[in-house]
Design a binder for this molecule. Sequence first.
Ligand SMILES: Nc1ncnc2c1ncn2[C@@H]1O[C@H](COP(=O)(O)OP(=O)(O)OP(=O)(O)O)[C@@H](O)[C@H]1O
Ligand SMILES: [Mg+2]
Length: 255
Amino acid sequence: MATFTIAVAGKGGVGKTSFCSLLIRWLIENKRTPILAVDADPNSNLSEALGVGEIEETISEIISLTKEIDGIPVSMSQDEFISYKLSSALTETKNFDLLAMGGPQGPGCYCFPNNVLKKHLTKLEKNYQTVVMDNEAGMEHISRGTTTEHLDALFILSDTSRRSVRSAARIKVLTKDLGVPVKNIYFVLTRAQEGDIETLGDELKLVGLPLAGVVPNDETITKYELAGRALYELPSDAPSVVATTKILNETLGGN
Ligand SMILES: Nc1ncnc2c1ncn2[C@@H]1O[C@H](COP(=O)(O)OP(=O)(O)OP(=O)(O)O)[C@@H](O)[C@H]1O
Ligand SMILES: [Mg+2]
């Protein structure tokens, strides 16, 4: 079966990582496993939201090694090295594996290692039923092409600030301009309080996408964050979990 790829994008702090952790939970509950979770945010924290320990090595660190004089064992080609390192960079759990892209790399040309990486990532993704990408604010990883070439579903998230709604509109345009083939784009409003949708009014229409759903501002999330608990383990009756489940049933349920 072909791998189903999902990306989550939106301005900084709108709730992408939180949404991703609930999305992964939904995918597990709906038996869309095995899952590859890709943390494409340099300030990675998907591992925390998922309750997985520290990430040992990021993709950026591996790519940097290929640039160092003694970075690659003499017995290995760059290709073999990236392939070998990629599998050791996977944090494996029962239902999902996690891969962190890591921060920006130092100066120099990375076209070659990036292309090699892309080839291996494409191969790796085939081992999974679902790939979930938690993106940094903006679409850099997609534009650089270091991750998936096509998306089955793109969730563009926005909180109820006008700036973040405009940013969602820009991401939608950018996706089209970059020519990223996306089957379905869903617009989700996060951290909403009563009356927010009415207040935003026509601003929401500027995004040019129907609202796929609303995740309410949920105190349970705040409490879990404060206590350092994984959002992945939120109670199933928490308002954010109920809302996310509804959104995912309606958008991905039939896929
Ligand atoms: N539905 C919600 N209700 C209340 N708080 C929320 C909700 N969703 C996210 N948050 C809180 O908002 C903050 C940002 O959330 P999160 O890290 O998921 O956003 P992000 O878009 O991934 O941010 P970044 O762009 O920095 O990666 C966190 O402190 C999180 O606990
Ligand atoms: Mg995040």
